[in-house]
Design a protein around this ligand. Structure first.
Ligand code: DP6
Length: 332
């Protein structure tokens, strides 16, 4: 029996990965920075066994029994297992059992945590010995680029690189460094109409994409420096500009891609309102309408209570900065 279980966090990007130079290798057009979310994670168990007849992917949605997955979602998982199996020279089929600790279908991306947990569990079960840098590279090859940043601990940078071996993730500051928090404001639970994949593929149809790329080296510098100084205002102002830059590109694609909705703009207005009352909190959105309110831990409950009363809010999750992917069980 070759078996391992891993847990990996979701992450929220401060500087976002948007657009790639190589689809097969998932090489990004820019470096990106995110923080891991301690309270939102995926746990995945992988077993390889000679008597298994075929690969099976089981997912237990929050509060529900495990169900057998089929179609594109299962195919993407199996493709990553196959890549790692080849590397290890193993031919046994696999059973993959995965669960999220947050409800599925509430519009919080789970592919970053899912692909990070899957890759680490496979690598351990197969006995592939890797450095953390190499593990991040193997995770990136799974196709969910942002999953690379769920491997190292804390606040993480994905170094753009120029080849498969130089595009990897590393910790900028560990999870104990800064008492930052994320209040995730879920304003829609509908499946988004355009996937991130479609967004990455459409970037060159936006006349603003080149201009966005030109701003990013300076933005990365500012965000690294804000983290070094633990300066929330500097970080917050920059991450708001960054979110608006990404969504301006998406909306100016041909045809346009809208990830934001009315609830997003209500939440942004209310974040400005909180700031006018001297509560330091800043917004960012990934490829979806939900708003991440980045703040200090000491203000997290106050901000949550404020938003709980708003009619446009459907769910709220709160989280501190978390560790990266880790193994919780291994048997070989
Ligand atoms: C806007 O290609 O990693 O979240 O596989 O759907 O998770 P999924 O998306 P991926 O693109 C992520 C885009 C982003 C920004 C970011 O996380 O950097």
């Amino acid at each position: 029996m070759m078996k391992a279980t891993a847990v990996a966090p979701s992450n929220i990007a401060f500087v976002k990965y948007w657009g790639k130079s190589n689809d097969a290798l998932t090489l990004p057009n820019n470096g990106s920075i995110s923080m891991n979310l301690a309270k939102l994670w995926t746990k995945t168990r992988v077993e390889f066994f000679p008597s298994f007849k075929k690969d099976e992917v089981w997912i237990a949605f929050f509060g529900e029994k495990s169900q057998l997955m089929q179609g594109t979602k299962a195919d993407r998982v199996i493709a990553q297992v196959e890549r790692l199996r080849k590397l290890a020279g193993v031919t046994f089929k696999a059973k993959i059992v995965s669960e999220n600790n947050f409800p599925a279908g509430v519009g919080i991306a789970s592919s970053a945590s899912a692909f990070a947990a899957l890759t680490l569990a496979c690598v351990k079960a197969l006995g592939i010995s890797v450095t953390q840098k190499k593990l991040s590279i193997l995770t990136r090859l799974g196709g969910s680029g942002s999953a690379i940043r769920s491997i190292p601990d804390g606040i993480v940078e994905w170094i753009q690189g120029s080849s498969s071996d130089t595009s990897y993730a590393k910790t900028l500051a560990d999870e104990t460094y800064w008492d930052l928090a994320d209040v995730v404001l879920v304003v829609s639970t509908e499946e988004k109409k355009a996937s991130s994949l479609e967004g990455h593929e459409a970037v060159n149809t936006s006349p603003f994409y080149k201009a966005r790329l030109q701003t990013l080296p300076q933005r990365l510098k500012i965000v690294r420096s804000a983290i070094r100084q633990k300066n929330l205002q500097l970080l917050g102002e920059e991450l708001e500009k960054e979110a608006l830059s990404l969504h301006s590109v998406a909306m100016s694609c041909d045809p346009p891609i809208f990830y934001l909705n009315g609830g997003t703009f209500f939440a942004i207005q209310d974040i400005y309102e909180l700031r006018s009352k001297n509560i330091p909190v800043y917004f960012t959105m990934d490829a979806g309408p939900n708003v991440h309110a980045i703040c200090l831990q000491k203000d997290m409950q106050k901000i949550r209570a404020y938003f709980e009363k708003k009619p446009y809010i459907q769910h709220i999750f709160t989280s501190e900065i978390g560790k990266g992917a880790r193994v919780i069980e291994e048997k070989r």
